[in-house]
Design a protein around this ligand. Structure first.
Ligand SMILES: [Zn+2]
Length: 267
């Protein structure tokens, strides 16, 4: 669980409308709670992890003289499900922000999922390994160097196409904007599908106010096009939506009212 500020989440929002929206969701402007919801799927013999959380360290991580405390619960929760990380066959990384990659390597730099194939978009890999990302926060680059770059000698699948299959019942959907190569995922079979939207929407308010931009998106225009693409897809196909940063477990539907969208959490 992390806390965000309205001034970063809704940078161009009208003040009065923003106050109304925050009131509706009962969140204070300086303390918007935001869980990090990774997902485990079991498909026959495959155990598929989607996103790896922020990671866990007993000791604080010291970076540039500052102490950071990462207390992600992924390993604890896998243990509770009686899943050993070595049983994970696939890890899908939707984009390379710290809260999605921090659990790939342990605090002492051991690969946590030694038998997994790691799926990620080629554009995401290229962006973070090129000068395009030079201006990104040093802490983000630190996470990439620790959790992503060392994967180059491991089993990785770099996704290139929109709507690329990642095995049975998982399809990757290009969802750029938040980052250069973010992906969303269609999970399940024709009759029962879930759309994993990752960080295309950081809060339900972004579904209802499609033009409100966040500080965390790389390209606002692309981010908005992706938002429309994903909502249309979910709506047309009757999919439920799973959102990484919404209230746990982050599942609901986007409903269309006239020209506006409305988020409804699943009961
Ligand atoms: Zn995130």
């Amino acid at each position: 669980m992390f806390k965000y500020q309205a001034k970063d989440f809704f940078i161009n929002a009208d003040k009065k409308e923003l106050d109304e929206s925050l009131l509706k969701y009962n969140v204070p402007p300086d303390n918007i709670p935001s869980p990090f919801i990774a997902m485990l799927l079991q498909d026959g013999d495959r155990k598929i992890l989607i996103d790896a959380g922020i990671g866990y360290s007993e000791e604080p991580i010291v970076f540039r003289g500052k102490e950071y405390f990462w207390k992600g619960q992924l390993n604890y929760l896998l243990g509770k499900e009686n899943v050993n990380p070595s049983e994970i066959t696939d890890v899908v990384i939707t984009h390379f922000h710290p809260d999605h990659i921090g659990g790939v390597f342990s605090s002492d730099n051991q690969l946590v999922f030694p038998n997994a194939t790691f799926h990620m978009h080629q554009n995401e890999w290229d962006y973070w390994h090129s000068s395009k990302s030079d201006y990104q926060p040093p802490l983000f680059k630190f996470f990439i160097e620790k959790n992503i770059t060392p994967l180059k000698n491991k089993s990785i699948n770099l996704i290139k196409d929109d709507y690329q299959g990642l095995g049975k019942d998982i399809t990757s959907v290009n969802a750029e904007g938040h980052t250069d190569g973010q992906i969303a995922l269609i999970i399940g079979n024709k009759n029962d599908q879930l759309l994993y939207i990752s960080d295309a929407f950081l809060h339900p308010i972004h579904i209802e106010k499609m033009n409100w931009q966040t500080n965390y998106d790389l390209d606002h225009e692309k981010a908005k096009n992706t938002r429309l693409k994903l909502l249309d897809l979910a709506y047309k196909e009757g999919m439920k939506i799973n959102a990484f940063h919404f209230d746990f477990p982050g599942i609901g539907t986007a409903q269309k009212e006239n020209l506006n969208w409305k988020w409804v959490y699943e009961e």
